[in-house]
Design a protein around this ligand. Structure first.
Ligand SMILES: *Cc1c(COP(=O)(O)O)cnc(C)c1O
Length: 232
């Protein structure tokens, strides 16, 4: 059995255990395998082990992978920062985009979504820790942007995504995720049909599941530590 297959099944076990522990319904948390910087052979190993949902962060690398893995029935999620000159590629090749944080990018994705494809599922990325360096719309500006995205016909606003600042303490980790869940409830009360919370990575997955995550984005725990010197 491949190392990736073993790690994948252990992550799935950890997710199911966290669902049970924190009173979540069984199978209410989906696993995205974050395959940025990993070679296609790693993706094929995870696929052979049953994984279908994959996340990528770099448009150019991602498009090449989507093309050469066309024989596989993969659901592709884009989770990285989005430059204007990459929206066309992203709109054409992905099923989901989790990192929409400004109207201009949403409009471009909407206009460039190919007619023959279903509306693009999007999550709005929230800068929950209000870090200057982080991508994401502020908590304060989120409601206005959500309504604007929701009005675009070729996008389907599905939920919220966040990458909180790292914390050492479980209670602290949970606070940021709880703030995102509260924002989701607020937006639902304003009429938006948001059913997705994209929260939790290798180091804070349990806290995210405790606070209502519906999809965790896991790279390191499945594929091992990333080595950016050998981008594949
Ligand atoms: C890289 C990345 C992940 C995966 O992080 P790990 O710590 O390797 O699990 C998740 N989400 C985003 C937005 C990322 O860029």
């Amino acid at each position: 059995m491949s190392k990736i297959k073993i790690r994948l099944s252990s992550v799935l076990q950890q997710i199911r255990a966290a669902e049970l522990k924190y009173g979540r319904f069984r199978n209410s948390v989906q696993l995205m395998a974050v395959s940025k910087t990993r070679p296609e052979s790693d993706i094929r190993l995870a696929y052979d082990a049953g994984q279908r949902c994959f996340g990528e962060s770099y448009a150019q690398e991602a498009v090449a992978k989507v093309h050469s893995l066309q024989d596989l029935d993969i659901e592709w999620h884009f989770i990285g920062p989005i430059q204007s000159n990459k929206t066309k590629d992203i709109a054409a090749h992905f099923d989901w985009v989790h990192s929409v944080d400004r109207l201009k990018i949403a409009q471009r994705l909407n206009n460039q979504r190919p007619d023959e494809r279903r509306p693009l599922n999007v999550c709005m990325q929230i800068n929950v820790s209000n870090e200057d360096s982080k991508s994401g719309v502020s908590m304060e500006a989120a409601a206005v942007l959500a309504q604007q995205i929701d009005a675009l016909p070729n996008l389907r606003l599905r939920g919220l995504m966040t990458v909180p600042a790292p914390q050492n303490d479980f209670e602290q980790e949970k606070m940021a995720f709880r703030a995102i869940r509260d924002l989701q409830i607020q937006l639902i009360n304003q009429g938006l049909a948001l059913d997705v919370l994209s929260m939790g990575m290798t180091n804070d997955m349990d806290a995210a599941i405790a606070e209502g995550s519906t999809i965790v984005r896991i790279g390191t725990a499945i594929f091992g530590a990333r080595d950016y010197s050998i981008k594949g």
